[in-house]
Design a binder for this molecule. Structure first.
Ligand code: PLP
Length: 408
């Protein structure tokens, strides 16, 4: 007898990331941390191997009164001060003239999953990148969606042909599109699309929208670790050109921006040409919030607002130090990769670099070899993810060479 719903997937989650993190920790205990390269963890770590928790974020959080922490949020869609500030923050420096609404969510995960659940019906198809954050697939399965994937790259740029092909195929059948783009700082490749690539995507989605409604999720989880922050916002001006039948749900993670992964806070920023389009989706999202998580931690929202306004310069300066650190670690890896001829997906910025594998068999063999050599990474589709966000400069040096040697 089964107690769960008929369509429930009873196979336990195989959390490949946590399994290998655990393996790395055990190996560090056995042979000493200095002999292990742990490039598994997808959170920001400093040069001493400690999780980064910004002073500019947490000192103030700790001063928030117990009553504010205890209080319910002002509404199911979040505190107005937070919603306004998220919109300012996400679009800072970009001239966006679209109707918009912001709904507070538990992290970026909440924004993506809420959009999945309320845009498509069961047995419809969501379109994802072929190399992607694993949770998208889980969210799709939980909603009983089918998944189609577009190939992300053609050479060293966005594969527009594949994107068009897959969207057209789904559109012809379904007369509606829900498509995910994770940009900038794509997880796990570190790719960021150019303005020209965004223009081409938007112009194509506009054409699609002549046949049926089009919803684009732009997952910007890592946007605040882009190497060119103004540019990360400027490209959003491409969104101004969407047609009436296109809606964009920008999934923002205040948890990632503020290195407060456990303090669940994020938002779905809805953008559309018409006021009534964003309002309609907001009504449905509010009910979803009420039914699933009710409200978002009051103090997490208030803290984000304070950190990004009153404490703006301290926060930016502290965060910039870590962006510079990411730049340094990634340059070491990329320069070495290029020198030794290690094939990686086109990396531009962000937390991760991914080594190319010709198939998943080669990937599995390489991953195993790396573990034997005390190098811990994460397997992704057709690649090996190296989390430079948590790997010190010292440990990054020589890493590309070691991986290349094991491939050969
Ligand atoms: N999107 C991507 C690509 C991610 O990698 C993650 C987390 O790892 C998220 C969204 C969700 O982040 P959170 O829910 O912690 O804000």
């Amino acid at each position: 007898m089964t107690f769960t719903r008929k369509v429930a997937d009873l196979v336990p989650i195989e959390d490949t990331v946590f399994a290998v993190v655990d393996l790395a920790n055990k190996e560090a205990q056995r042979i000493g941390p200095e002999n292990v390269v742990n490039a598994t963890i997808g959170a920001l770590y400093d040069e001493k191997g400690e999780l980064v928790a910004y002073k500019s974020v947490f000192d103030h959080y700790n001063l928030i009164s117990n009553k504010i922490k205890a209080k319910y949020a002002a509404s199911f869609v979040g505190n107005d001060s937070y919603r306004n500030q998220v919109y300012q923050w996400v679009t800072q420096g970009a001239d966006i003239h679209l109707a918009h609404r912001v709904i507070a969510t538990p992290g970026g995960s909440g924004a993506v999953s809420m959009t999945f659940s309320n845009i498509l019906d069961a047995n419809e198809t969501v379109i994802l990148p072929h190399i992607a954050w694993g949770s998208y697939k889980l969210m799709a399965t939980q909603n009983n969606f089918d998944v189609k994937t577009y190939s992300l790259f053609e050479g060293d740029h966005f594969n527009l042909d594949s994107f068009k092909f897959v969207c057209s195929e789904v559109l012809n059948k379904q007369k509606k599109l829900l498509v995910v783009i994770n940009d900038p700082c794509h997880n796990p490749t570190g790719y960021s699309m150019t303005r020209k690539e965004w223009d081409e995507v938007i112009s194509f989605l506009n054409k699609c929208s002549e046949i049926g409604p089009v919803v684009l999720i732009d997952d910007i989880a890592y946007i605040d670790y882009a190497y060119d922050i103004p540019q990360s916002r400027k490209v959003m001006e491409a969104f101004n050109h969407i047609s009436d039948n296109v809606l964009i749900s920008v999934a923002f993670s205040s948890s990632k921006t503020c290195t407060s992964y456990g303090l669940r806070c994020g938002a779905a920023v809805l953008l559309a040409k018409k006021e009534e389009s964003v309002r309609e989706v907001e009504i449905v999202f509010e009910k979803h919030a009420r039914a699933v998580w009710s409200n978002i931690p009051n103090a997490a929202m208030d803290n984000f607002t304070w950190v990004t306004t009153d404490n703006y310069f301290n926060f930016l300066s502290e965060k910039q130090d870590y962006i510079d650190l990411l730049k340094e670690r990634s340059s070491i890896f990329m320069e070495e990769a290029s020198k030794v001829g290690l094939d990686v997906y086109p990396y531009k910025e962000g937390f991760f670099i991914t080594v190319k594998c010709k198939d998943n068999k080669q990937r599995d063999a390489l991953h195993e070899q790396l573990i034997k050599h005390h190098i811990f990474t994460v397997k992704v589709n057709l690649g090996i993810r190296v989390a430079i966000c948590s790997c010190s400069i010292e440990k990054t040096k020589g890493l590309a060479t070691a991986i290349k040697m094991l491939i050969d």
